[in-house]
Unconditional design. Structure first.
Lengths: 265, 265
DNA sequence: CAGTGGTCTAGACCACGGG
DNA sequence: CCGTGGTCTAGACCACTGC
């Protein structure tokens, strides 16, 4: 079954680009294709028109269309192969667009999350925190300890350290919002994080806070987050209740390794 | 201290592109910059020349230089800001280029890894495995159970399931190589994986195999891996010894969220 | 062989950041 | 204001895939 169009649905018919909009053309195109995938108008295995025809149909140049496609590839929504075309990917990969670090917020959306702020103060950074954040001797950091619950049950015990010079945090707003949301409000945009995941048996205090018994296996995560300027903005040590919670992530293998593997130079 | 060049070192002087090489020009440029970063000739905070001047200096067009820079940005090696330029990023982010899924191999490089193949047979896929790999009723899969050790101590107990139609595996080669290396040899290129991490208390058999006591906290990971064609190629259930092992990963936040966050349309 | 994406060019104008 | 990266165009040729 080879279909140049896409079964009963031709996505190009419903796509429009607005040249008066401040939104980049490639982004308008990418978003509309993304929507069609999200809505199920384009499903796994469907093939898109080739770049040239899309460019003609929408009155765009080919590089612009390619930029839109690159966005979709980066998101794992489509796969492209020379000589074969552009095909909608398995939902599994794309469905979980959520990043590990943000999963809290999304997951809890269905679970009525609450956050209890156990600790919120400005202190001298410990050696570990200084090292992680690249701070100088005597630097001050905001130290947070929060208990995140969903559906009435505790999910995670979270310790965070942020450079005190970065922003001011309100304890009240911490109760209502994720930390990253507050950072974004202050024009700090997390862009990359370096994470380390492990496991540990619950201590007595951890067990009590998380409503578990001492010795229960807990998932641990240590993370250093950097913003789009390359600044270290947060060091976190979290402990998750493994019985109620998993950390999800989508990882992409390095293209360069494949490249080297396939080339012969 | 504003330096248009880069302190004592001008990276452009040592960069050459070979137009007769089959390696793309943008990739030649990206790799050479990457090398200079790896070798410490370019260090965190250094600023690169702007696109136009690099293009002129190397006799390339600006889009080609941009493509090289995009590669470096994707790898987290540099950050770029309009009006400010291209700056080498914190080492922390870039150092750990390693993917979670491949960490085994890299880590074990320093630890003399050994792999004991406990099980290697072709079986009917269970419902869970069929679901994960998107297989039909009655499909056959290769079932693997391996114990990975480093420095004489067991590190991980690994269960893998691969579509039997995908390739043939030799038990001998499994002892000597990582699974992904064998896949690549068969022209199967893992490109994305969907992972779920958790924790559990060791069962008696797990404890025995991993030289731990029953109840010790273990790190668990479930993963479905897709290749560059978008095919599901592997479903894995691994259990790691938390006392000797961590899972590392570098995650990048979604650009589009930032984009939306900053725009006003 | 025809069809596809991959690479590359030589320009253009715009948007943002900082002095 | 200037310098920077961000977007966009209209072409060109090449490399891989599958028939």
């Amino acid at each position: 079954m080879a279909r140049t169009k896409l079964g009963s649905h031709d996505p190009l018919e419903t796509i429009v680009v607005d040249r008066s909009s401040p939104v980049p053309l490639y982004y308008q195109l990418a978003q509309q294709l993304e929507s069609q995938i999200a809505e199920g108008k384009l499903v796994s295995g469907d093939r898109l028109e080739n770049e040239v025809r899309i460019a003609e149909a929408l009155g765009l140049s080919r590089p612009t269309v390619r930029q839109a496609f690159r966005y979709l590839v980066d998101k794992g929504l489509v796969t492209r192969r020379r000589g074969q075309g552009t095909v909608i990917a398995e939902e599994k990969v794309s469905r979980q667009v959520t990043l590990t670090s943000l999963y809290d917020d999304l997951e809890s959306a269905g679970k009525k999350p609450t956050t209890e702020v156990i600790r919120h103060e400005v202190i001298h950074a410990s050696d570990l925190v200084k090292e992680a954040l690249g701070l100088d001797e005597g630097a001050m950091v905001i130290a947070l300890e929060r208990l995140r619950s969903g559906g009435g049950e505790p999910i995670a015990l979270m310790h965070n350290f942020l450079p005190a010079t970065l922003l001011d945090l309100s304890t009240d707003r911490l109760r209502e919002h994720g930390l990253y949301a507050l950072l974004r409000e202050s024009n700090i945009f997390p862009s990359r994080a370096y994470q380390r995941m492990g496991a540990k048996n619950a201590s007595l205090t951890e067990a009590r806070l998380l409503h578990q018994s001492k010795g229960t296996a807990l998932l641990t995560m240590e993370r250093t987050t950097f913003d789009d300027r390359g600044r270290a903005i947060e060091f976190a040590q979290h402990v998750y209740c493994a019985s109620r919670y998993f950390l999800y992530s989508t990882v992409s293998m390095d293209v360069s390794e494949n490249y080297v593997g396939r080339s012969t130079y």
